[in-house]
Design a protein around this ligand. Structure first.
Ligand code: FES
Ligand code: FES
Length: 174
């Protein structure tokens, strides 16, 4: 057993005793009741289980939770799909996903949402040229598997959010 402390969606959790072999996915779903994080392949292949990890240096990235132990997240700050809406208001990305009917069964949606959010935050710090946008989105979402084949809808939804706030996400005069 190991004592686990971490921050999820801005709230501190722990210390809580967990078995060393407990997966992060089971910790979120079974210990905390955060069932928005899904379990798909269980083999770090589909990324339906990905959460956002916020590093102290200000960078963020997504990380699968199915093959990672809960204790490997000790001391980390993460965000899950439950943290996107603020004060009952869906995020711009969540609204765009709905507007595009980007999801069907929804199993992969949290992973795509987290990845899209990481991309938005990265572009806000380092905007890209308009001509590079399609490739940038495709590369960011690459690796997320949607068994309902909603790839184009997800791509379009992310693109809409970026173009709706192009001064923020795109390099000027490009
Ligand atoms: S369930 Fe974790 S990558 Fe597929
Ligand atoms: S919406 Fe069903 S797996 Fe993506």
């Amino acid at each position: 057993m190991t004592k686990l402390n971490l921050t999820i969606n801005g709230r501190a959790y722990g210390p809580v005793d967990v078995r060393d072999e407990l997966s992060m996915n089971d910790f979120l779903r079974e210990y905390l009741g955060m069932t928005g994080t899904k379990f798909g392949c269980g083999a770090a292949q589909c990324l339906s289980c990905a959460v956002i990890v916020d590093d102290p240096d200000g960078t963020s990235y997504t990380s699968p939770t199915c093959v990672a132990s809960a204790v490997s997240f000790d001391g980390k700050t993460i965000r899950t799909v439950e943290g996107h809406a603020k004060d009952g208001e869906l995020s711009a990305l969540q609204k765009a996903f709905i507007a595009h009917f980007a999801f069907q069964c929804g199993y992969c949606t949290a992973g795509f949402l987290n990845e899209g959010q990481v991309l938005l935050e990265r572009l806000a710090k380092a905007p890209v040229k308009r001509a590079e946008l399609e490739t940038t989105i495709a590369e960011a979402l690459d690796g997320h598997i949607c068994r309902c084949t909603g790839y184009i809808k997800y791509h379009e939804a992310v693109r809409d959010v970026i173009l709706a706030d192009s001064k923020r996400y795109l390099a000027a005069n490009q």
